[in-house]
Design a protein around this ligand. Structure first.
Ligand code: ATP
Length: 265
Protein backbone atom coordinates (compact mmCIF):
# COMPACT_ATOMS: atom_id res chain seq x y z
CA UNK A 1 0.00 0.00 0.00
CA UNK A 2 1.33 3.44 -0.87
CA UNK A 3 -1.37 6.05 -0.45
CA UNK A 4 -0.23 9.51 0.60
CA UNK A 5 -2.32 12.28 2.09
CA UNK A 6 -0.74 15.72 2.27
CA UNK A 7 -2.78 18.09 4.34
CA UNK A 8 -2.28 21.87 4.55
CA UNK A 9 1.47 21.43 4.37
CA UNK A 10 3.69 24.50 4.66
CA UNK A 11 7.43 24.87 5.02
CA UNK A 12 9.48 27.90 5.96
CA UNK A 13 13.26 28.16 6.21
CA UNK A 14 15.46 30.73 7.88
CA UNK A 15 17.15 32.98 5.31
CA UNK A 16 20.85 32.13 5.35
CA UNK A 17 21.93 34.68 2.78
CA UNK A 18 23.97 37.62 4.00
CA UNK A 19 23.98 39.23 0.57
CA UNK A 20 20.63 39.52 -1.25
CA UNK A 21 20.48 37.65 -4.56
CA UNK A 22 18.00 39.95 -6.31
CA UNK A 23 15.40 42.62 -5.75
CA UNK A 24 12.99 40.25 -4.04
CA UNK A 25 15.70 39.11 -1.62
CA UNK A 26 16.69 42.69 -0.80
CA UNK A 27 13.95 43.14 1.79
CA UNK A 28 14.97 39.93 3.58
CA UNK A 29 17.45 40.02 6.44
CA UNK A 30 19.56 37.06 7.46
CA UNK A 31 17.47 34.87 9.79
CA UNK A 32 14.08 36.05 8.44
CA UNK A 33 11.71 33.23 7.61
CA UNK A 34 11.26 32.36 3.92
CA UNK A 35 8.07 30.60 2.98
CA UNK A 36 8.84 27.82 0.48
CA UNK A 37 5.73 25.63 0.51
CA UNK A 38 2.31 27.03 1.34
CA UNK A 39 -0.89 25.11 2.06
CA UNK A 40 -0.19 22.09 -0.12
CA UNK A 41 -3.04 19.58 -0.22
CA UNK A 42 -2.64 16.39 -2.23
CA UNK A 43 -4.28 13.01 -2.09
CA UNK A 44 -2.18 10.42 -3.89
CA UNK A 45 -3.65 7.01 -4.58
CA UNK A 46 -1.82 3.75 -4.06
CA UNK A 47 -0.03 2.82 -7.30
CA UNK A 48 -0.24 6.26 -8.90
CA UNK A 49 2.75 7.70 -10.77
CA UNK A 50 2.70 11.42 -10.00
CA UNK A 51 5.09 13.74 -11.85
CA UNK A 52 5.95 17.04 -10.21
CA UNK A 53 6.93 19.98 -12.39
CA UNK A 54 7.76 23.53 -11.40
CA UNK A 55 10.26 26.35 -11.75
CA UNK A 56 13.73 25.85 -10.38
CA UNK A 57 13.93 26.45 -6.65
CA UNK A 58 10.16 26.33 -6.10
CA UNK A 59 10.37 23.58 -3.51
CA UNK A 60 9.83 20.28 -5.37
CA UNK A 61 12.71 18.53 -3.61
CA UNK A 62 11.68 20.01 -0.28
CA UNK A 63 8.20 18.54 -0.74
CA UNK A 64 9.64 15.10 -1.55
CA UNK A 65 12.05 15.27 1.40
CA UNK A 66 9.12 15.99 3.72
CA UNK A 67 7.11 13.10 2.26
CA UNK A 68 10.14 10.82 2.72
CA UNK A 69 10.41 11.94 6.34
CA UNK A 70 13.87 13.52 5.96
CA UNK A 71 12.47 16.91 6.94
CA UNK A 72 9.59 18.00 9.11
CA UNK A 73 6.93 20.35 7.78
CA UNK A 74 6.50 23.72 9.50
CA UNK A 75 2.74 23.25 9.40
CA UNK A 76 0.34 20.56 8.27
CA UNK A 77 1.14 16.91 7.94
CA UNK A 78 1.75 13.94 5.68
CA UNK A 79 0.08 10.56 6.21
CA UNK A 80 1.23 7.42 4.46
CA UNK A 81 -1.29 4.60 4.48
CA UNK A 82 -3.17 6.49 7.17
CA UNK A 83 -0.13 6.83 9.47
CA UNK A 84 1.58 10.17 10.10
CA UNK A 85 5.12 10.47 8.75
CA UNK A 86 7.45 11.16 11.68
CA UNK A 87 10.79 10.25 10.11
CA UNK A 88 12.42 8.24 7.33
CA UNK A 89 11.07 4.74 6.76
CA UNK A 90 13.18 2.21 4.90
CA UNK A 91 10.23 -0.22 4.80
CA UNK A 92 7.83 1.97 2.88
CA UNK A 93 9.90 4.37 0.84
CA UNK A 94 12.82 3.99 -1.53
CA UNK A 95 14.56 7.15 -2.60
CA UNK A 96 16.07 6.60 -6.02
CA UNK A 97 19.42 8.40 -6.18
CA UNK A 98 21.89 9.05 -8.94
CA UNK A 99 24.80 7.60 -7.07
CA UNK A 100 22.91 5.46 -4.65
CA UNK A 101 24.94 2.32 -5.37
CA UNK A 102 27.63 1.32 -2.89
CA UNK A 103 30.88 1.61 -4.87
CA UNK A 104 32.60 -1.22 -2.97
CA UNK A 105 29.85 -3.71 -3.84
CA UNK A 106 29.21 -5.49 -7.13
CA UNK A 107 25.93 -5.03 -9.01
CA UNK A 108 24.76 -8.32 -7.60
CA UNK A 109 25.64 -7.34 -4.02
CA UNK A 110 24.01 -3.93 -4.40
CA UNK A 111 20.78 -5.45 -5.69
CA UNK A 112 20.91 -8.14 -2.97
CA UNK A 113 20.87 -5.48 -0.23
CA UNK A 114 17.10 -5.27 -0.39
CA UNK A 115 16.75 -9.02 -0.07
CA UNK A 116 18.70 -9.55 3.14
CA UNK A 117 15.53 -10.80 4.81
CA UNK A 118 15.61 -13.95 2.63
CA UNK A 119 17.25 -16.70 4.67
CA UNK A 120 18.13 -19.02 1.81
CA UNK A 121 21.17 -17.91 -0.17
CA UNK A 122 19.80 -19.69 -3.24
CA UNK A 123 16.41 -17.92 -3.10
CA UNK A 124 18.21 -14.64 -2.68
CA UNK A 125 20.50 -15.22 -5.64
CA UNK A 126 17.56 -16.26 -7.81
CA UNK A 127 15.68 -13.09 -7.01
CA UNK A 128 18.75 -10.91 -7.47
CA UNK A 129 19.21 -12.46 -10.89
CA UNK A 130 15.56 -11.90 -11.76
CA UNK A 131 15.83 -8.16 -11.08
CA UNK A 132 19.18 -7.88 -12.86
CA UNK A 133 17.66 -9.61 -15.91
CA UNK A 134 14.65 -7.31 -15.74
CA UNK A 135 16.84 -4.23 -16.23
CA UNK A 136 18.97 -6.06 -18.81
CA UNK A 137 22.19 -6.07 -16.83
CA UNK A 138 22.80 -9.80 -17.12
CA UNK A 139 26.48 -10.40 -17.65
CA UNK A 140 27.38 -7.46 -15.40
CA UNK A 141 26.54 -9.09 -12.08
CA UNK A 142 30.14 -9.03 -10.84
CA UNK A 143 30.93 -5.54 -12.09
CA UNK A 144 31.46 -2.67 -9.68
CA UNK A 145 29.51 0.57 -10.25
CA UNK A 146 32.63 2.36 -11.57
CA UNK A 147 32.85 -0.27 -14.32
CA UNK A 148 29.37 0.62 -15.61
CA UNK A 149 28.20 3.49 -17.81
CA UNK A 150 25.95 6.17 -16.27
CA UNK A 151 22.84 4.58 -17.79
CA UNK A 152 23.81 1.12 -16.54
CA UNK A 153 24.35 2.51 -13.06
CA UNK A 154 20.83 3.96 -13.08
CA UNK A 155 19.47 0.61 -14.27
CA UNK A 156 21.32 -1.15 -11.44
CA UNK A 157 19.79 1.37 -9.05
CA UNK A 158 16.37 0.52 -10.53
CA UNK A 159 17.02 -3.18 -9.94
CA UNK A 160 17.98 -2.35 -6.37
CA UNK A 161 14.75 -0.41 -5.90
CA UNK A 162 12.74 -3.31 -7.33
CA UNK A 163 14.43 -5.71 -4.92
CA UNK A 164 13.58 -3.50 -1.94
CA UNK A 165 9.96 -3.67 -3.10
CA UNK A 166 8.91 -0.41 -1.42
CA UNK A 167 5.35 0.90 -1.27
CA UNK A 168 6.53 4.24 -2.57
CA UNK A 169 9.42 5.14 -4.84
CA UNK A 170 10.71 8.70 -4.84
CA UNK A 171 12.66 9.80 -7.89
CA UNK A 172 14.13 13.31 -7.92
CA UNK A 173 15.26 14.09 -11.48
CA UNK A 174 16.22 10.47 -12.13
CA UNK A 175 17.39 11.08 -15.71
CA UNK A 176 19.54 14.14 -15.19
CA UNK A 177 22.98 13.90 -16.73
CA UNK A 178 22.06 11.04 -19.09
CA UNK A 179 22.57 11.33 -22.83
CA UNK A 180 19.42 11.65 -24.95
CA UNK A 181 19.07 8.00 -25.96
CA UNK A 182 19.82 6.61 -22.52
CA UNK A 183 17.32 9.08 -21.09
CA UNK A 184 14.63 7.80 -23.51
CA UNK A 185 15.43 4.17 -22.68
CA UNK A 186 15.41 4.78 -18.94
CA UNK A 187 12.11 6.58 -19.25
CA UNK A 188 10.63 3.60 -21.05
CA UNK A 189 12.09 1.29 -18.44
CA UNK A 190 10.51 3.22 -15.56
CA UNK A 191 7.13 3.22 -17.35
CA UNK A 192 7.37 -0.55 -17.90
CA UNK A 193 8.51 -1.13 -14.36
CA UNK A 194 5.60 0.89 -13.03
CA UNK A 195 3.11 -1.04 -15.18
CA UNK A 196 4.60 -4.23 -13.74
CA UNK A 197 4.94 -3.39 -10.04
CA UNK A 198 2.12 -0.82 -9.78
CA UNK A 199 3.73 0.94 -6.82
CA UNK A 200 3.31 4.61 -6.04
CA UNK A 201 6.00 6.66 -7.77
CA UNK A 202 6.66 10.34 -7.09
CA UNK A 203 8.89 11.78 -9.75
CA UNK A 204 10.34 15.28 -9.93
CA UNK A 205 11.38 16.43 -13.37
CA UNK A 206 12.10 19.59 -15.31
CA UNK A 207 11.11 17.81 -18.48
CA UNK A 208 7.48 18.38 -19.50
CA UNK A 209 7.59 15.54 -22.03
CA UNK A 210 8.77 13.07 -19.39
CA UNK A 211 5.87 14.05 -17.16
CA UNK A 212 3.35 13.71 -20.02
CA UNK A 213 4.71 10.41 -21.28
CA UNK A 214 5.09 8.83 -17.86
CA UNK A 215 2.62 10.25 -15.39
CA UNK A 216 -0.80 9.05 -14.30
CA UNK A 217 -1.03 12.54 -12.97
CA UNK A 218 0.86 15.83 -13.22
CA UNK A 219 1.17 18.27 -10.36
CA UNK A 220 2.57 21.69 -11.17
CA UNK A 221 3.98 23.82 -8.41
CA UNK A 222 4.21 27.60 -8.76
CA UNK A 223 6.84 30.06 -7.69
CA UNK A 224 7.79 30.47 -4.02
CA UNK A 225 5.89 30.41 -1.77
CA UNK A 226 4.79 27.39 -3.70
CA UNK A 227 1.23 26.25 -4.09
CA UNK A 228 -0.24 23.66 -6.42
CA UNK A 229 -1.15 25.55 -9.61
CA UNK A 230 -2.30 22.55 -11.63
CA UNK A 231 -3.24 19.01 -10.68
CA UNK A 232 -4.27 16.99 -13.72
CA UNK A 233 -4.99 13.28 -14.13
CA UNK A 234 -3.67 11.95 -17.45
CA UNK A 235 -5.92 9.29 -18.83
CA UNK A 236 -4.22 9.06 -22.23
CA UNK A 237 -3.56 5.49 -23.37
CA UNK A 238 0.01 4.19 -23.38
CA UNK A 239 2.40 4.20 -25.13
CA UNK A 240 1.80 7.93 -25.47
CA UNK A 241 2.58 9.70 -28.68
CA UNK A 242 2.27 13.47 -29.15
CA UNK A 243 1.81 13.13 -32.89
CA UNK A 244 -1.05 10.68 -32.61
CA UNK A 245 -2.84 12.41 -29.75
CA UNK A 246 -3.89 16.02 -30.41
CA UNK A 247 -5.24 16.30 -26.84
CA UNK A 248 -1.90 15.28 -25.39
CA UNK A 249 -0.14 17.70 -27.70
CA UNK A 250 -2.52 20.50 -26.67
CA UNK A 251 -1.89 19.80 -23.01
CA UNK A 252 1.86 19.91 -23.72
CA UNK A 253 1.54 23.44 -25.17
CA UNK A 254 -0.61 24.45 -22.20
CA UNK A 255 2.06 23.23 -19.76
CA UNK A 256 4.85 25.03 -21.61
CA UNK A 257 2.84 28.26 -21.42
CA UNK A 258 2.06 27.72 -17.75
CA UNK A 259 5.77 27.27 -17.06
CA UNK A 260 6.65 30.43 -18.97
CA UNK A 261 7.72 29.08 -22.38
CA UNK A 262 5.81 30.56 -25.32
CA UNK A 263 7.08 28.38 -28.13
CA UNK A 264 7.01 24.68 -27.38
CA UNK A 265 9.17 22.75 -29.84
N1 ATP B 1 17.87 23.55 4.34
C1 ATP B 1 17.52 24.69 3.78
N2 ATP B 1 17.68 25.89 4.39
C2 ATP B 1 17.31 27.05 3.82
N3 ATP B 1 16.71 27.12 2.60
C3 ATP B 1 16.53 25.96 1.93
C4 ATP B 1 16.92 24.70 2.46
N4 ATP B 1 16.59 23.73 1.56
C5 ATP B 1 16.04 24.37 0.51
N5 ATP B 1 16.00 25.69 0.75
C6 ATP B 1 15.43 26.71 -0.15
O1 ATP B 1 14.11 26.30 -0.47
C7 ATP B 1 13.81 26.60 -1.83
C8 ATP B 1 13.33 25.36 -2.54
O2 ATP B 1 14.42 24.45 -2.70
P1 ATP B 1 14.23 23.04 -3.43
O3 ATP B 1 15.57 22.41 -3.54
O4 ATP B 1 13.16 22.27 -2.75
O5 ATP B 1 13.69 23.49 -4.85
P2 ATP B 1 13.51 22.66 -6.20
O6 ATP B 1 12.20 23.07 -6.77
O7 ATP B 1 13.71 21.21 -5.95
O8 ATP B 1 14.72 23.24 -7.04
P3 ATP B 1 15.42 22.69 -8.38
O9 ATP B 1 14.31 22.47 -9.36
O10 ATP B 1 16.33 23.81 -8.78
O11 ATP B 1 16.14 21.44 -8.00
C9 ATP B 1 15.09 27.19 -2.44
O12 ATP B 1 14.95 28.60 -2.44
C10 ATP B 1 16.17 26.77 -1.48
O13 ATP B 1 17.21 27.73 -1.43
Amino acid sequence: MGSILIDQLSKTYANRRKVPRGEEDAILCKGDRISVLLDIDLDIRDGEMVCFLGPSGCGKSTLLRIIAGFEAPSEGHVNINGQPVTGPSADHIFVFQHSGLFPWMTVSENVGLGLRHLKSHRDRQEQVQEFIDMVELDGFEQHYPRQLSGGMQRRAELARALAVNPDIMIMDEPFSGLDFLTHMKMREEVVNMHAFIRKTILLVTHNIDDALIMGDRIVILGNCPTRVVMDRTLDFPRPRDFEKSPDLSRLRSELFLLLGVNYAV
